[in-house]
Design a protein around this ligand. Structure first.
Ligand code: PMP
Ligand code: GLN
Length: 380
């Protein structure tokens, strides 16, 4: 039997590869982005409670009403905008499903989707598997600044969508109001949709405000905004998130969602609806993670890893040019084996494997893990 791959150039994700290597060599894993600190027991108890009261059958396809409503409250509190919980909020199996379903539902064969690299690794294969054409605009270290006129120059009559991600994985950059206004300008009077990956909406530092597409009326009407409870409440294994989009986009989104996952884990949806009633659970996150970032940087002071700027996410980039001129993949593998700390090569986020000579380290870890890791990193 002959199989013709739809994704001939896709291998195993770099996160899986580097976490496996960390396990193999017993290295401290600062590669894949997930927290290693204890996560909310209250939220665990709420799930147990809802299991016990019998919330164990199919949830509604679009999500449990109570959760849709709590999400709408949260959006009002965070961004000052009203969204219709029933017509505009769909619960998804993590942001990953939200991203994939958005692309599958709205990008037709041969249509172009602009992505900004370094880009999260799921965008491109999702576009390719539905027959779309990724159009790449590359950003470079140290500041990964976006020239929106250059992005506009990539727009053709076939452009269907632009994917953005702020705060940005892996760069740690955060879009400014000027970036959002530029995006508004270049999409005005077009049929271009915006797919806005906002999984790190609460992980933003130094007093900056998250620039959600939901805050910008002209962007909001053409946008699907994707979020992750895994990231927000430190339960990346629960696989739950949501997509917010105007009713006519949500209707198309749900046509695919219903045949992709049908609906999402019922007791977890009820538990999250209860948990969201206390906004402190997410309002305290910037402070919590900024402290971790600052502790991590302080522990690395004087090291030969030179920090770039991290305004958001729980990832920090470091320039290793004082230590080695190896390409990033090689350097990350060497560091995992020889130094005992696993990292992500940022080249994995570029389709042509561009090397900036920087690695990504995740600081969503306990102080003792960060201390042990930075002691090793100081020895390089
Ligand atoms: N987008 C970005 C930028 C991410 O870093 C991640 C990884 N968490 C996702 C989407 C996927 O999120 P989830 O785990 O909720 O599927
Ligand atoms: N988003 C996480 C990261 O960037 C990993 C998610 C995954 O492993 N699929 O590290």
């Amino acid at each position: 039997m002959q199989i013709t791959s739809k994704l001939p150039n896709v291998g195993t994700t770099i996160f899986t590869v580097m976490s496996a290597m960390a396990n193999e060599y017993g290295a401290i894993n600062l590669s894949q982005g997930f927290p290693n600190f204890p996560t909310s027991e209250r939220l665990n108890d709420l799930v147990t409670e809802h299991l016990r009261v019998g919330h164990n059958q199919y949830a509604p396809m679009m999500g449990v009403r109570e959760l849709q409503e709590q999400i709408a409250h949260k959006i009002k509190l965070m961004y000052g905008v009203e969204v219709d919980p029933i017509q505009e909020v769909t619960i998804t199996s993590g942001a990953t499903e939200g991203l994939f379903t958005s692309i599958a539902a709205l990008v037709h064969r041969g249509e172009e989707v602009i992505i900004l690299e370094p880009a999260y690794d799921s965008y491109r294969p999702a576009i390719e598997v539905v027959g779309g054409v990724p159009v790449i605009y590359q950003l470079f270290a140290p500041d990964f600044k976006i020239d929106w006129d250059a992005v506009q120059a990539l727009i053709t009559e076939r452009t269907r969508m632009i994917v953005i991600n702020t705060p940005t994985n892996p760069t740690g950059a955060a879009f400014s109001p000027e970036d959002m206004q530029a995006l508004e300008r270049i999409t005005a009077d077009t049929n271009i949709l915006v797919l806005s990956d906002e999984v790190y909406e609460h992980l933003i530092y130094d007093g900056l405000e998250h620039q959600s597409v939901l805050r910008y009326p002209k962007l909001r009407e053409r946008s699907l905004a994707v979020y992750s409870f895994g990231k927000t409440f430190h339960k990346t294994g629960w696989r739950i998130g949501y997509c917010v989009a105007p009713p006519e986009l949500t209707a198309e989104f749900r046509k695919v969602h219903q045949f992709n996952t049908f609906s999402i884990n019922t007791p977890i949806q009820y538990a999250l609806a209860d948990f969201l009633k206390d906004p402190r659970e997410y309002l305290e996150l910037p402070d919590f993670f900024q402290k971790k970032r600052d502790f991590f940087l302080q522990q690395l002071e004087g090291s030969r890893l030179k920090p770039l700027t991290c305004s958001g996410t729980y990832f920090h980039l470091f320039d290793y040019s004082e230590i080695s001129d190896m390409p990033e993949r090689e350097f990350a593998a060497w560091m995992t084996r020889e130094i005992g700390v696993a990292a992500i090569p940022v080249s994995a986020f570029y389709s042509n494997g561009h090397n900036n000579g920087v690695i990504r380290l995740c600081f969503a870890k306990t102080e003792s893990t960060l201390k042990a890791a930075t002691e090793r990193l100081q020895s390089m």
